[in-house]
Design a protein around this ligand. Structure first.
Ligand code: HEC
Ligand code: HEC
Length: 201
């Protein structure tokens, strides 16, 4: 192989490295910040901070955009999202979606048993539909309906209350708001205890 060929190879290698670096850069820049609250692997240790592991990238990007635009209000997340451009949002969403969700923690057994009925069957008397109908029997969710399985109970309760009060109103056509407005505090607490113990993939 002549000198020129080596030079071309070396140049090719440098170009490949540069391209890989461009994709990795947003993650390297932002992930340490997110990791402080959500865990590097997306399994948060603090009940107020949602776990992000295994959630669909489409859902995660949508939430980041909504925090940035103000469609979803959070004093904590607004400045975080403001620092992210579209490429960074996608890179972070891809990273978190690829992580394995930690096994769920068993909630209060009596409440979780009541919550399972709400989750699987809804509440007939107050016309609450089964959560499973949208979020899936195992709570694994999809691009449109977020993964719930294993999520912190405190976070689930907070979000249900925010949908009910209208503080969170970024759901398409207000579907989740309509569900939450029919739920009592006791219903929310029970279903949150069930959800946090769902640990199937
Ligand atoms: C200081 C703690 C903190 C940091 C740092 C942080 N977050 Fe958050 N994040 C939160 C809290 C708290 C919420 C819930 C907000 C609410 O009340 O709706 C949240 C919510 C989210 C959600 C929505 C999750 C869901 O289930 O709907 C996403 C996505 C998210 N954060 C991504 C990120 C990314 C990406 C970063 C890094 C750039 C980051 N967060 C940094 C605390 C934090
Ligand atoms: C008709 C479909 C539908 C039904 C039924 C439904 N949900 Fe939802 N849920 C949604 C949608 C849509 C979102 C928000 C998606 C978005 O913001 O992009 C959501 C969001 C949520 C969130 C916020 C998750 C997060 O990570 O922030 C929680 C918690 C939740 N639902 C719990 C429940 C519970 C509990 C039930 C049953 C009582 C239920 N849902 C029934 C459609 C549904």
């Amino acid at each position: 192989m002549g000198k020129a060929a080596y030079a071309a190879l070396a140049l090719g290698g440098a170009l490949v490295l540069a391209a890989g670096g461009a994709r990795a850069a947003p993650l390297e820049q932002h992930l340490p910040v997110c990791a402080a609250c959500h865990g590097k692997d997306g399994n948060s240790l603090i009940a107020d901070n949602p776990s992000l592991a295994g959630m669909a990238p489409e859902y995660l990007v949508r939430q980041m955009k909504h925090f940035k635009s103000g469609d979803r209000k959070s004093a904590v997340m607004a400045p975080m999202a403001a620092a992210l451009d579209a490429d960074a949002m996608q890179a972070l969403a891809d990273h978190f979606s690829e992580q394995t969700p930690a096994a769920g923690k068993a909630g209060d057994p009596a409440l979780a048993a009541k919550g399972k009925v709400v989750y699987d069957e809804g509440i007939v008397g107050s016309a609450v539909p089964a959560c499973s109908g949208c979020h899936g029997d195992d709570g694994s969710g999809d691009a449109k309906y977020p993964r719930l399985a294993g999520q912190h109970a405190a976070y689930v309760e907070q979000q249900l209350a925010a949908y009910r009060s209208g503080a969170r109103a970024n759901d398409l056509k207000g579907v989740m708001g309509a569900v939450a407005k029919r739920m009592s505090d006791a219903d929310m607490r029970a279903v949150a205890q069930y959800i946090t113990g769902m640990n199937k993939e």
